[in-house]
Design a protein around this ligand. Structure first.
Ligand code: 5GP
Ligand code: ZN
Length: 113
């Protein structure tokens, strides 16, 4: 997708270290970390919004969530982590290529959910 920062990262036009990669998604570090460890799980397919995914596309999301739980210890997140998806303006979504924030490396005591 043209003018999409995460598509540019996936294509290699913007360099980034990949902490994990398989046929469906990559894991990179967030450029502006909001926790001691802040990764982004980015699907290789450009989905704009969670709300626009079809039932079959949502299979990608389930796969990615499950894979994250498998690779978490290798990411230094053996003690736990928080997954966040910002959907739309009210949530503060800034990159309109669906992604999952993976936050950890500390006690996630703010905000208390
Ligand atoms: P959103 O606000 O859309 O849920 O999250 C977008 C995230 O992408 C933000 O946390 C922002 O710091 C991160 N981000 C934006 N541009 C880049 C980039 O070029 N590289 C990396 N690694 N992260 C980025
Ligand atoms: Zn994209």
């Amino acid at each position: 997708m043209k003018d999409c920062v995460f598509c540019s990262i996936l294509e290699g036009a913007i360099p980034s270290e990949r902490f994990y990669e398989d046929e469906r998604f990559i894991v990179i570090k967030d450029i502006e970390p909001k926790a001691n460890l802040h990764y982004l799980a980015i699907p290789k397919k450009h989905y704009k919004l969670l709300s626009e995914m079809t039932a079959s596309e949502r299979d990608d999301l389930g796969y990615i969530m499950s894979a994250i739980s498998q690779i978490a210890p290798k990411l230094g997140l053996g003690g736990g982590y928080r997954l966040v998806i910002n959907q739309g303006d009210d949530a503060g979504q800034t990159v309109f290529h669906l992604h999952i924030h993976i936050l950890g490396g500390q006690k996630m005591d703010f905000p208390r959910l």
